[in-house]
Design a protein around this ligand. Structure first.
Ligand code: SF4
Length: 236
């Protein structure tokens, strides 16, 4: 497969500067996604945790049939799997469902049960980071739904960045969105949302590593709570 434009750090920086000037966050996100689709074609994919269908909805508006990569870790809430199937059923996307090489039972045999409690970094490496790296090897640009307002570790997120670890362009079209923008877009477009948000979850990952958040906590405070870990390694 050939691509018209080679992904480079310079290309990413120029695009980032171009899109930062768009004031409306929805128009900004659509412009970034449209650019990625036109520039990289079938070699562009977005990822989704299936917390909601927001990025998939935005991307499918300007890149119909867009590849949506989901890391099916084997530890997801039933609600998350249901949200994946809901989104795949109602949006014009191509689901790329990625599973780790080992099932949870096989991992338990190799590393002992509940690896997520004893060594969550290794568990994330085995069930998220490596599988995503393999899945993204077939693409030259990828997109995520991370936002600057989600946590201090994400405050410097760029709209278009260079993923030096993978040698790819990485886009974060919703980097500048706030929760108010999210809520308004979801309501206007009837975007599928994981029902766990109704139960107080602020960010949704694997079931053993996710708890609801208390009022006033940042949305990712319920991820790996009490384990000194804030990111799974996909965006760092
Ligand atoms: S979030 Fe938890 S269960 Fe999921 S891969 Fe990471 S450590 Fe394992």
């Amino acid at each position: 497969m050939t691509i018209a434009i080679r992904p480079t750090p310079e290309l990413a920086a120029a695009a980032d500067a171009q899109f930062e000037g768009i004031a409306d966050p929805v128009e900004q996100a659509l412009a970034v996604l449209r650019w990625a689709g036109e520039t990289f074609g079938a070699e562009f994919a977005v990822t989704s945790s299936m917390a909601d269908g927001l990025l998939a909805h935005l991307a499918s508006r300007v890149v119909p049939g867009v590849n949506v990569v989901f890391l099916d870790t084997g530890y997801h809430f039933a609600e998350t799997i249901g949200t994946r199937d809901w989104i795949t059923g109602v949006l014009p996307i191509t689901l790329v469902n990625v599973t780790p090489p080992q099932t949870v039972a096989e991992q338990d045999l190799s590393f002992g049960p509940k690896l997520y409690e004893r060594d969550p970094d290794l568990c994330c490496e085995l069930r998220k980071v490596k599988p995503l790296a393999q899945a993204l090897a077939g693409f030259v640009a990828w997109g995520s739904g991370i936002r600057r307002d989600e946590s201090p570790t994400r405050a410097g997120t760029r709209l278009v960045d260079w993923d030096a670890k993978r040698g790819m362009v990485k886009i974060n079209p919703m980097a500048a969105w706030t929760q108010d923008v999210v809520d308004a877009y979801v309501a206007e477009h009837q975007v599928p949302v994981n029902p766990l948000f109704e139960l107080g979850y602020g960010s949704i990952g694997c079931a053993p590593c996710t708890r609801p958040v208390a009022p006033g906590e940042d949305s990712r405070a319920g991820r790996w709570a009490g384990r000194g870990k804030t990111e799974c390694g996909l965006h760092t």
